[in-house]
Ligand binder design. Structure first.
Ligand SMILES: *Cc1c(COP(=O)(O)O)cnc(C)c1O
Length: 400
């Protein structure tokens, strides 16, 4: 089928929840993808920070092929080897002791919020309220939507799940004054992704840890976007030496296969017992085999090192663009989670559309922040190629 045929079929039969660009991507290899008309693109979106090893990484493809021919699904009525092995790899390499598997970021956050409530309810405590941040993003299910501190996602869905309080990101005083006798947890993205690639102050996460400890409440890090190597460390919170009680993962964890995970220290994890939470597909053999292969590459095959090196190079090149195009206000982020904030009046979506027309997949969050989330395996040459395209696009935008 052609781009046009696929677009027509989509608009006739698929529910209209996405504002899509007018192409259908049909194949991918590394940092390149092709559309249905055979046109090639350099991909700096990675399927929204999911295909962190690039498209169709051979180790991930091989693990999927192998598992698909062995056992696709069996359910959590039984033990599942790749699930157990992925849980070991995750806990060996994080603060956590136990993992609950699900299928998406929103589900991982739902699991985290249920664990918080169960933990305090077992203590006979009345703590159930969760503090989250303005401009946060935690997903679209009802619980995760209520946790998300952005009105635009919540409009038309009232009444929302109750007992969330929103405070400004990076403001420790605001958190302190929001905590009361019913507060159970603070949930935060170590770097806000959808909210504009907002990086915390140096001491913020450690201060949050201290405030949660002194108040006897839990700290939850949503690393659905920032986790699994995206920022140059396996988990973003490692940059700031702050450890949560609970962490959620999803996007990049299985190299492109749907998965979610909620990880906790034993003292908290033990609040979940048989029957308290479940997912039919959670931790299925296919997703966890893909997760194992992905995490092995991230940890053992140099993806983190390349992320740091390429991230530094990307930021250097973007800062050079900033000198030439004054409507670039700021370049920020860590590793390969990089945001470029644009001045008022410059539309990020225009830049994204123009880039697409020139063979580059880019993304923007809100209308003012271009987000650069290439595969952790991206090369210097590919960054140069991207910058060259972007330079032409910015030149055109400046003239317009
Ligand atoms: C994408 C995202 C989610 C939601 O993940 P889904 O898989 O779309 O449910 C939650 N939290 C953060 C930080 C995200 O970036």
């Amino acid at each position: 089928m052609s781009n046009k045929e696929i677009m027509e079929l989509t608009s006739s039969h698929v529910m209209n929840t996405y504002g899509r660009f007018p192409v259908a991507i049909v194949s991918g290899d590394g940092r390149r993808v092709k559309d249905a008309d055979g046109r090639e693109y350099l991909d700096f979106t990675s399927g929204l920070a999911v295909c962190n090893l690039g498209h169709c990484h051979p180790d991930v493809v091989e693990a999927i092929r192998e598992q698909a021919g062995t056992l696709l699904h069996i359910s959590n009525l039984y033990h599942i080897e790749p699930q157990a092995r992925l849980a070991k790899l995750l806990t060996d390499n994080s603060f956590g002791d136990k993992v609950f598997f699900c299928n998406s970021g929103a589900e991982a956050n739902e699991a985290a919020m249920k664990l918080v409530r169960k933990y305090f309810s077992l203590k006979g405590s009345k703590r159930f309220q969760i503090i989250t941040m303005e401009k946060s993003f935690h997903g679209r299910t009802f619980g995760a939507l209520a946790a998300t501190g952005q009105k635009k996602f919540q409009e038309g869905f009232a009444p929302l799940l109750e007992k969330f309080t929103y405070v400004p990101f990076n403001d420790i005083k605001a958190v302190k004054s929001a905590i009361n006798d019913s507060t159970a947890a603070v949930m935060v993205e170590p770097i806000q992704g959808e909210g504009g690639v907002n990086v915390p102050h140096e001491a913020y996460l450690k201060e949050l840890r201290a405030v949660c400890d002194s108040s006897g409440i839990l700290l939850v890090f949503d690393e659905v976007q920032s986790g699994v190597g995206r920022t140059g460390k396996l988990f973003a919170h490692e940059h700031w030496g702050a450890t949560p009680d609970i962490m959620t993962l999803a996007k990049g964890l299985a190299g492109g296969v749907a998965i979610g995970a909620m990880i906790a220290a034993d003292a908290v994890a033990k609040a979940f017992t048989p029957g308290t939470h479940a997912s039919t597909f959670g931790g299925n053999p296919l997703a966890t085999a893909a997760g194992l292969a992905t995490l092995n590459v991230v940890i053992n095959k140099g993806a983190l090192e390349n992320c740091v090196k390429s991230g530094d190079y990307l930021v250097e090149k973007l800062n050079a663009l900033k000198k030439d195009y004054p409507f670039i206000i700021e370049v920020r982020g860590k590793g390969l989670l990089i945001g470029v904030e644009l001045a008022d009046g410059i539309k990020g979506t225009d830049i994204v559309r123009e880039s697409l027309a020139r063979g580059l997949l880019l993304n923007c969050v809100g209308d003012k922040v271009l987000r650069f989330i290439p595969a952790l395996t991206v090369t210097k040459d590919e960054i140069d190629e991207m910058i060259a395209i972007l330079r032409t696009v910015l030149g055109a935008v400046q003239k317009a």
